[in-house]
Design a protein around this ligand. Structure first.
Ligand SMILES: NC(=O)c1ccc[n+]([C@@H]2O[C@H](COP(=O)([O-])OP(=O)(O)OC[C@H]3O[C@@H](n4cnc5c(N)ncnc54)[C@H](O)[C@@H]3O)[C@@H](O)[C@H]2O)c1
Length: 266
């Protein structure tokens, strides 16, 4: 845990801020001095995060809205600029895992929903923040991709497609925005646990009944951990430091990269 205040006075937007990775990262950025705009569709969960920022004596405001609505995104970003005076950093992280089933059974409506949240939503937020950063002469952005967007795991068609999309979004946006002194990078968490996402994927991979995993969730957990060179899942707390690094001036010559946080899976 860093006790530097390298983001003192900077304004950071965090989406998916009521979730595990978003909240842990928002708290890390707040500890490092950033003023935080917390965004999530889950209004109740989002409001419940505020005491954690108060305890740090950090400035934080909540913006409940759905990232799939470009009008709502643009309104929320406008409100952030009004309240904070600008936007310097973005952790573009809201996401949804979608269904676990082979392509022949994969539901069209779920595929569209996953793409809408994970990819279109990330595009809308990135575009709105980048336009603001351009007026300020620069900024730094980190998108949350996934190892599913590198390897294409079985039974996760919507999720993998959306996260491959995030890698493309990151690479092209990094080139388009380099002339504006805005860096755009991504992180790719692998198997993170314990918690809801871990339990859900272990259970749903078991239920999907494919040749790749056992039908017993306990065995699926072992199979997954056995595929990790470090032979353990990652802790959520192993993510915020990497995001903070990418958003900081220590990463001033890094743009367009996607860092795996995966215990050695590449
Ligand atoms: N946990 C993992 O194992 C893991 C691994 C790789 C990548 N990721 C990615 O990390 C990111 C964060 O995941 P997490 O583990 O914290 O999950 P989480 O479910 O705890 O958090 C995701 C947050 O996104 C919000 N969200 C969902 N749809 C939204 C929408 N339409 N508009 C606004 N907010 C919305 C949810 O309300 C939730 O608070 C996601 O992009 C996810 O795909 C997670």
């Amino acid at each position: 845990m860093s006790d530097s205040k390298r983001f003192s006075g900077k304004v950071a937007v965090v989406t998916g801020a009521a979730g595990n990775i978003g909240l842990a990262t928002a708290l890390r950025l707040a500890r490092e001095g950033a003023r935080i705009a917390l965004m999530d569709v889950d209004e109740g969960k989002l409001a419940a995060t505020l005491p954690k920022f108060e305890a740090l004596d950090a400035e934080a405001r909540t913006y409940p809205f759905d990232v799939t609505d470009p009008g709502a995104v643009s309104r929320a970003i406008g409100e952030v600029v009004q309240a904070f005076g600008g936007i310097d950093l973005l952790f573009n992280n809201a996401g949804y895992q979608g269904a676990f089933t082979p392509i022949q059974d994969y539901p069209e409506d779920d595929f569209e929903r996953v793409l809408k949240i994970n990819l279109c939503g990330a595009f809308y937020v990135l575009k709105a923040c980048a336009r603001q950063m351009m007026t300020q002469g620069g900024g730094a952005i980190v998108n949350t991709a996934s190892m599913a967007g590198i390897g294409g795991p079985p039974n996760m068609l919507g999720y993998a497609s959306s996260k491959f999309g995030i890698v493309g979004l990151t690479q092209t946006a990094s080139k388009d925005l380099a002339p504006h002194k805005i860096r755009v990078n991504a992180i790719s968490p692998g198997l993170m646990g314990p918690g809801f996402m871990w339990d859900r994927q272990v259970e749903l991979q078991a239920k999907a009944g494919s040749q790749y995993f056992s039908s017993d969730p306990k065995e699926v957990a072992q199979q997954m951990i056995g595929s990790v060179p470090m032979r353990r899942y990652g802790d959520i707390e192993e993510i915020p430091g990497v995001v903070s690094f990418l958003l900081s001036d220590d990463a001033s010559y890094l743009t367009g990269v996607n860092i795996p946080i995966s215990g050695g899976i590449l």
